[in-house]
Design a protein around this ligand. Structure first.
Ligand code: LFR
Length: 501
């Protein structure tokens, strides 16, 4: 058949991108038509998303796709967990909070007093992140907004609602909220009821790959988007789309979706809900086509980007990313390692100081220069990948031959090399726009199905098309790192730091 051309909206915590994706049986091409900065907006003591601004940028991007060629579909993915509330008129009740806002501090412990954490894990299968949607709703209890709410929408669903007028929550993203029961495949209404949360605000679930509906004509007219373009539910959790975009050619692979967060894990057919998995605090999120994303959230390049922001604010010389990475490559390896998942690294703010505090507290040499801090962050990330990947394999009873690194972090060659060294496995890096590719491919399959075509029938077919059309970088463990003795010793140091999470 002829090529399909769709708009993939891929929203990250630090930037949003709208891509034109063109797909045929033998070709897959992405063109970035619009990119805009994103970030939390502080209002008094709250940290919010500028969701109307995001909506405007999304419309601009979609219009640009339409202006430069045909437009057959629109798909939206974003970071998970955060949500907006609608009142009974369908009006947004205040700005969505960022999950990095402090209102959830202490909430997890409060909930644990009511709901046994073992039961919470058996129901949701999720790593106990302090900012889950569940904990955010508990923090919002008693607020006028929650009391007036008729509908809860996750961010991609809110944006899709503004395009189509249709209310629903896509399943992969629902699975990240801790409001979703992965054993029944439905919302965890009982759990919400026990916590006194209004479960009736949870909308119908929708499947990745289903058609949400056409763009409303008045929306299209104002925004310059052609009539009746279908909005398609993709894996609306960006990590679900990124895992679709992992160009694996076997099932013996692990992945790291490397962006603001690093999501480190495996694709499985069934969740791992053992007591060992709970103690290791591993996540079972829902993937496209019924797969399970068995993974660990690692603090990710957030730590480095907050360092860069701090140095830029303080006008520290020589702290551009390229220069820092080049210098960090020559800096002594594994000199300072910290527990990169320490919850104190979660909020925005002066990150280099917090890294120094963690190092001092752990009795590690305190990194002083930006280069030393950068090297410490990258070594500590690679060390976390090593440990969590090994744990994932043990818990799932699996073996792998390769680690696929996708997302923006796949362009960080030093981190990729350290990852190969730390894990002792070859790293295949790229594509950096895996989430947008996964978004495009799931849309394309849905639109092809409408035409009666069975092209791109499964994940293997989608991944094979990515492999044929995108170049990957290969990183082998360096001979000096073979055997992993240095990494093993460094890991002992971090684990000795106490509550390594
Ligand atoms: C990555 C991501 C992670 C999720 C975190 C917060 O962008 O979606 O998967 O845990 O952001 O939503």
């Amino acid at each position: 058949g002829s090529a399909l051309r769709v708009a993939a909206v891929d929203l990250g915590a630090t930037s949003g991108r709208i891509m034109a994706g063109t797909v045929s049986a033998r070709s897959l091409h992405l063109e970035e038509v619009h990119r805009f900065p994103n970030g939390g907006v502080r209002v008094r003591d709250g940290l919010f998303w500028d969701v109307l601004g995001i909506h405007r940028e999304v419309l601009t991007g979609i219009r640009r796709v339409a202006e430069t060629g045909p437009l057959h579909g629109i798909g939206i993915d974003s970071w998970a967990i955060d949500y907006g509330l609608l009142d009974r008129d369908g009006t947004l009740l205040g700005n969505p909070y960022s999950h990095r806002d402090a209102r959830t501090d202490g909430v997890a412990a409060k909930v644990a007093a009511t709901v046994d954490p073992a039961r919470l894990y058996a129901t949701t299968g999720l790593q106990d992140l302090p900012f889950s949607t569940l904990y955010q709703l508990v923090a919002a209890q008693g607020t006028a907004a929650l009391e007036s709410a008729e509908h809860l929408l996750l961010l991609p669903d809110l944006l899709a609602y503004w395009l189509t007028g249709t209310i629903g929550v896509e399943r992969t993203n629902a699975s990240t909220t801790a409001l979703y029961d992965l054993t029944t495949g439905d919302w965890a209404r009982d759990l919400m009821g026990e916590l006194g949360l209004p479960w009736s605000i949870l909308p119908p679930l929708r499947e990745p790959g289903s058609i949400i509906g056409p763009v409303l004509s008045e929306v299209g007219r104002h925004a310059g988007i052609p009539k009746r373009v279908p909005v398609v539910a993709v894996g609306s959790h960006d990590t679900a789309s990124a895992v679709v975009g992992v160009p694996a050619d076997t099932d013996r692979f692990a992945y790291i979706s490397s962006g603001t967060w690093s999501l480190v894990g495996l694709e499985l057919d069934a969740p791992v809900l053992t007591e060992a998995a709970r103690r290791a605090d591993f996540t079972n999120e829902g993937g496209v086509d019924g797969t399970v994303r068995f993974l660990k959230n690692v603090m990710g390049l957030w730590v480095l980007s907050e360092c860069l922001r701090t140095w830029a604010d303080q006008r520290v010389e020589g702290t551009g990313l390229v220069a820092l990475l080049a210098a960090a490559e020559d800096a002594p390896a594994l000199r300072t390692v910290v527990d990169i998942n320490d919850p104190r690294l979660l909020p925005p703010g002066d990150m280099p100081s917090r890294i120094r505090e963690l190092a001092a507290e752990a009795g590690e040499p305190v990194p002083t220069t930006p280069v030393e801090v950068t090297r410490c962050v990258l070594d500590s990330l690679a060390l976390a990948y090593r440990r969590h990947l090994r744990t994932a394999l043990e818990l799932a009873g699996r073996e792998v031959d390769v680690v696929h690194v996708v997302g923006g972090g796949s362009q960080n060659h030093l981190l990729c090399q350290l990852t190969a060294d730390a894990t002792g496995l070859p790293v295949l890096a790229g594509p950096s726009e895996a989430a947008a590719l996964g978004n495009v491919l799931v849309q394309a399959r849905a639109l092809l199905q409408e035409q009666g075509s069975t092209e791109l029938a499964d994940l293997a077919a989608m991944r094979s098309l990515i492999r044929r059309t995108h170049e990957l970088h290969r990183f082998e463990p360096t001979p000096a790192a073979r055997g992993g003795a240095d990494w093993h010793a460094a890991e002992r140091r971090v684990l000795g730091q106490g509550a390594a999470s």
